[in-house]
Ligand binder design. Sequence first.
Ligand code: BT5
Length: 244
Amino acid sequence: MSAPPRSSDRGRWHIERFAELDSTNRYVLDAARDGAADGLVAVADVQTAGRGRLDRTWEASAGSSLLVSVLVRAPAAPTRVVMAAGVALVRAVADAADVAAVLKWPNDVVVGERKLAGVLAEADGEAVVVGAGCNVNWAEFPPELVATATACNLEAGRPVDRDALLDAYLDELARALASGDALIADYRTHLATVGRRVRVQQVRGPDLVGVAIGVTDDGALVVRDDHDVEHTVTTADVVHLRAP
Ligand code: BT5
């Protein structure tokens, strides 16, 4: 049985902090199914089964990362909540760590081509759980991440306060969720993928290579392939390529 969480409130958010959880997304999804109110936030120092998209694993040694999930019971489409989380993370790492990051579609927070943070949204009925994992203070990465990941401390050249980053993220997320149609424009502003040559690894379908030419209001990526055919992509991984 794990220790009970420490609770606090911040604006619309009710925050529960755990030393350890299997997954903050799993915890908040279960709470949503049990009727938890909009605004529940779970934070963990470490996860034993942190999850990424498409059944992948999210790695974080104890205390190294911001691991946070929030419950949004909004009429907004889940894609809006995901966009809001991406925008909020980019702004939060700028506010709390002076790190200039951008978004790689759909929702990786990157510095250059290195991944600083990722977002995983899961829905149950009208409840949307949006989880964010952000590398905050890492001494070194495991071999499988060493070429692809970065952390706030490595970018800022100083240790970064995880609680300050959490506060900034929750404040920015509340603002982004309340921003209506401006959210889409803000998401496009932070998105580095449009205009880039990309390889799109689709979950259902072949890889595409071409140029990302836009994002729909629902957050789908529009890619013009090398045969001049346009594709609208909803679930995929994108690799930014160098221009030929
Ligand atoms: C994501 O998935 O980027 C979403 C990650 C969401 C994690 C948060 S933590 C709090 C909440 N509770 C959870 O259980 N999950 C959420 P995806 O786009 O599938 O990326 C996963 C891939 O990123 C992995 O397959 C690795 O290649 C890489 N990766 C894993 N850990 C990483 C890390 N710490 N930093 C950078 N890359 C990582």
